[in-house]
Design a protein around this ligand. Sequence first.
Ligand SMILES: Nc1nc2c(ncn2[C@@H]2O[C@H](COP(=O)(O)OP(=O)(O)OP(=O)(O)O)[C@@H](O)[C@H]2O)c(=O)[nH]1
Length: 563
Amino acid sequence: MIKGLRIRYKIMLVVGLAVTIGLVATAYFYTQRQEQAVLAQNERTMQKLTESVSQGLQSVMLHGSADIASAYAERLKGVPEISDFRILRANGDEAFRDNKTINEVNGRRGEEAFMPRETEVRIPVLAADDPRLARVLQEKQPLPFYTFDTKGVKELTFLAPIENQSKCYKCHGRARPVRGVLKLTTSLSTVERDVLKVRHDSLIVLGLALMGTMLLTGYTMGRTVVAPIEAVTDAMSRVSGGALEQRVPIHGNDELGHMAMSFNQMTSELQDTYQGLQAEQDKLTTIIFGAGEGIVVTDSDGAIVLVNPAAERLIQKSRERIIKEGFDDLLDDPVSMRRWLADRENRGPISVLYKAQVLNVYVSTIHVEDGHVVGSACLLRDVTEEKRLEEELRRLSTTDGLTGLFNRRYLDDTLRREFERSRRTGAPLSVVMFDVDHFKKFNDTHGHDQGDRVLRAVATCLREALRKYDSPCRYGGEEFVGILPDTTMEAALAVAERLRQDVETMRVDGLQVTISLGVAGLPRLAAGSAEELIELADAALYQSKHQGRNRTTLATLSKGDAP
Ligand SMILES: Nc1nc2c(ncn2[C@@H]2O[C@H](COP(=O)(O)OP(=O)(O)OP(=O)(O)O)[C@@H](O)[C@H]2O)c(=O)[nH]1
């Protein structure tokens, strides 16, 4: 319950408790001391009274009048402050009630000095063995003690010894040093009333002091401690609500002043940081929404929270539909999407064919520093044109510009690869190499452009003569090579012959051209490398030229060749 109290009331409660304890303790000790002082004063007064009564009685007795003493005792009982007064014998019985002492005195004096009483009674006031009585008789000193009357009012009683002096010996003899005891009782009702009044007054003063202290403490604490703390806490709650411009007044140079100063500094830094973050966020938002790449982001529950316009364009769905369908269905392939997300090793983009576009897709979960997942993100980039250009570049880098056949680089790479494969698998591999006959003369006669058209026409013949798996290549100038995997030299010879005939029968701008061919192949020839295989085909081609051109020659078996 105290936990829920405002600090203002907590401080007042604590201060109130402390002040109450302090004041109550002070008031308690004060009233106690007052009470003790009043009682002590009362005791002293009573003692003096008892002593003077005792002396009065002594002198009355010495003048030989016991009746006067008895009457004196009766009159003392009538005094309002004295509730009881008795003269006791040493055995505790009240004196002057029988003839015992009169008879003793008359007997001792040998005369009828005192008249016996007509009626005798015995009134035991104290027991003969009462320790208080015994103590007074023994110590011969007055003894005070407190009792309560039938109404519960406190009373103070004094027992004072009546000493046996030499003047008394005549009547009472000298046997007992103390003849009797005076018992004087006074009611303390007046004293108690005074004490009660003191307590009552103390309570009123205490209450007023408490109230005053509480009010003063509350006011002072409220102004100096609680108000600054409340100002900071109120400002804090407004800051947590987003109002970062909050500042609190600084009063003084104490801890609260430092707290207010630190708070203002903190909010100022927070505001700067927030504004910086806001600016960064604005920049980021501009970048995200202006980006050519599609960006889709989810929160930690998997709900989509961001879809930029590029994502809508690339996915070809509206933002609302993307959000409704969910992250897994972004590219209509939830199985793959889940797999990409689960693949923590996935570092690069995945190329996906989606609605006639090639998209580079990068999918990842978003972690914070402690590894906690706060969402997922999908980045999409349209690489359709990029891929087309790449393909075109790759094609151009392997294509001869004039004829459209594969170029020399492609030829070298492909032949080397096929050569190795043939050696590894034992599959046959052949090359057909040919050269346009008297092409220099053709160029010189009909011009270079005409020569180019011849080369293009011959290239078309070569392309058409070969299968889909073969590679038609321009070796350089007017020389061409066909690579024929899985083809024996005999089969390649047939292809070469057909090609030769095709070219021979073809006309370019009405003009006839012929070609000379050489064929070489594995495993029939023992070529040690792709280059050597080409050299063998070239040698065969040279032979065709030498033998009159427009013909095909199989490369000759070299030493160690297979039969
Ligand atoms: N038009 C044209 N001519 C080319 C091209 N490349 C090489 N040539 C020419 O082709 C001719 C080749 O001539 P040579 O190597 O002497 O051979 P040839 O005249 O065909 O004689 P043989 O091969 O012995 O029949 C040269 O004149 C080159 O200039 C080309 O791309 N276009």
